[in-house]
Design a protein around this ligand. Structure first.
Ligand code: NAD
Length: 247
């Protein structure tokens, strides 16, 4: 059975992706950092729908924990065919002149280093060179990589720019090794992440600036991820899909 590891899957886009991929027959490894009961709820929802899933704890910013997470998958005999690097963080809206090195480093440790580490461990298992059977990686970036998120979180936007560059570079490194690597850049999506930035209602405030005149739903991003993972996208690598209502 094909296994998909989704980082940060206890809520938001990760949760929606876990539920959708499970319906398509993937066994889901639901990674969570701190919200153990929310991750357990995702697993039990999948079980109720007749799917397969288990949860696995790891702070993706911590190299040892990432290595251990993949070891847990190995021990379960999971054939890792898909990795969705969804976990990401941002902090209170502010301006660059207010940013501390500590905050910038925290954002990059999760969004960039964490994504790199998960890619590294996945490639070691998927690559023909390492005896693997190939696989697909989708990195969840952000439209912020294009806009720069001025007056809000340029640190976060810059981290997503790095994710896009990782997507491009890694896709070329492993293209001949049976691995496709693509990205999705969501726009303004209704999740709890905006509350972490100090503005729970941010999507509604910005909706009139979106050509489609509305925010997006996590399920709409999950559909783009599902398509990139699927054989329908078998000739697509190094590509980043904007899912941002035209913004
Ligand atoms: P969210 O905050 O609900 O989900 C992010 C998840 O990542 C959470 O479950 C969180 O616990 C997890 N996470 C954070 N740090 C982690 C760590 N160190 N280790 C493991 N897990 C960790 O927000 P979301 O909107 O669902 O975001 C999902 C992804 O989509 C993120 O990468 C985010 O940057 C991206 N994104 C979101 C939007 C939006 O408008 N919501 C827009 C563009 C991009």
């Amino acid at each position: 059975m094909k296994t998909a590891l989704i980082t940060g899957a206890s809520r938001g886009i990760g949760r929606a992706t876990a539920l959708l991929l499970a319906q398509q027959g993937y066994q889901i490894a639901v990674n969570f950092h701190q919200r153990e009961s929310a991750a357990a709820e995702v697993v039990s929802l999948i079980h109720q729908q007749g799917g397969k899933a288990f949860s696995v704890q790891a702070d993706i910013a911590d190299e040892e924990q990432v290595v251990e997470m993949f070891r847990v998958l190995d021990q379960r005999g999971a054939l890792l065919s898909a990795l969705v690097n969804n976990a990401g963080i941002l902090f209170q809206q502010t301006r660059v002149e207010q940013l501390s090195a500590e905050r910038i480093n925290r954002v990059f440790a999760t969004n960039v280093t964490g994504t790199f580490l998960c890619c590294r461990e996945a490639v070691k298992r998927m690559s023909f060179q390492h005896g693997g059977q190939g696989g697909v990686i989708v990195n969840v970036s952000s439209a912020a990589a294009r806009s720069g998120s001025p007056h809000e979180y340029v640190d976060y936007a810059a981290s997503k720019g790095a994710v896009d560059t990782l997507t491009k570079g890694l896709s070329l490194e492993v293209a001949a090794q049976g691995i496709r690597v693509n990205g999705v850049r969501p726009g303004f999506i209704y999740t709890d992440m905006h509350a972490d930035g100090g503005e729970a209602d941010r999507v509604n405030r910005l909706a009139p600036t979106i050509p489609m005149q509305r925010g997006g739903e996590p399920e709409e991003i999950a559909q783009a991820i599902l398509w990139l993972l699927s054989d329908a996208a078998s000739y697509i690598t190094g590509t980043i899909i904007d899912a941002a209502g035209g913004r």
